[in-house]
Design a protein around this ligand. Structure first.
Ligand code: GLP
Length: 251
């Protein structure tokens, strides 16, 4: 059920290797990309390995999970800027194949419909990377989001805005709303890797383990997915009974 590694660096090794295997076996794969502190060491290892192996990423298509409403691509805290800094600004990605929701779209509803449709036109996502919020959100699907939802605009919860304020400077406000892929967009992915590291994720992982599938803890939907793996470091797994996880060595 859970794959547990000693630390964030061994987690990054494992997850980046999985991504590399996808690039090798399907150079034109469609990847679902995530943001957040958890993904930073993973993208860094991925870039290193792609360079070492001299693999071509120009045929990959990516769809990002979410974006803050009101932040344009030039805003330093937009997820577009995050992706540029941590992944897309490196290697030889083809910009035309990189999709992110547009936080400045004129009609957000129309943009959301188009975003879900674009994912489907590309044949859906082969491998979706996910982090998890401390309240169990995936993408920005906050507790209570219907499992059959498609891309939509969401009011961010107080908890999420506080969690994410660490990335913003003191005089900046975390936006109150965001565009996110819907729960159904995410679970339509053929394979899912959810990654959680650090002790602040331990309580929500314990809840995941104890709960049935419920919309009040969005990521419990992964219990129903045929190819979803949950990758943790020891700190995030620290409140789980040891019998339910498989300890893994470095990749
Ligand atoms: C944000 C993102 C999520 C991400 C979560 C966890 O709210 N919208 O997609 O999974 O934060 O982020 P972190 O990895 O920084 O804990």
């Amino acid at each position: 059920m859970f794959l547990v590694f000693p630390d964030t660096s061994t987690v990054a090794d494992y997850v980046s290797s999985t991504l590399i295997n996808t690039v090798k076996s399907k150079p034109d794969a469609v990847l679902g990309a995530a943001t957040g502190g958890t993904m930073e060491p993973i993208y860094a290892r991925f870039i290193e390995k792609i360079r070492q192996l001299q693999l071509d990423v120009s045929r990959l298509t990516t769809f990002n999970l979410d974006e803050y409403v009101g932040l344009g691509v030039e805003h330093s805290q937009s997820y577009a800027a995050y992706m540029r800094e941590h992944l897309f600004g490196h290697l030889g990605f083809n910009k035309a194949r990189l999709h992110l929701p547009d936080g400045l779209a004129e009609s957000l509803e129309e943009h959301c419909r188009d975003y879900s449709a674009r994912m489907q036109q590309h044949g859906g996502i082969d491998l979706q990377l996910l982090g998890v919020g401390s309240n169990g959100h995936i993408g920005f699907n906050e507790p209570g989001t219907p499992f059959d939802s498609r891309c939509h605009v969401v009011e961010l919860s107080e908890r999420t805005r506080i969690d994410n304020s660490r990335f913003f400077s003191e005089d900046e406000m975390v936006p109150g709303s965001a565009i996110t892929m819907g729960m159904k967009d995410i679970t339509d992915a053929r394979e899912i890797l959810l990654v959680a590291t650090g002790e602040n994720k331990a309580p929500i992982l314990a809840k995941y383990f104890e709960s049935d599938v419920t919309e009040t803890i969005p990521f419990t939907v992964l219990k129903r997915h045929p190819r979803a793996r949950i990758i943790l470091d020891e700190a995030a797994a620290s409140l789980l009974p040891a019998s339910v996880f498989q300890r893994a060595a470095a990749a």
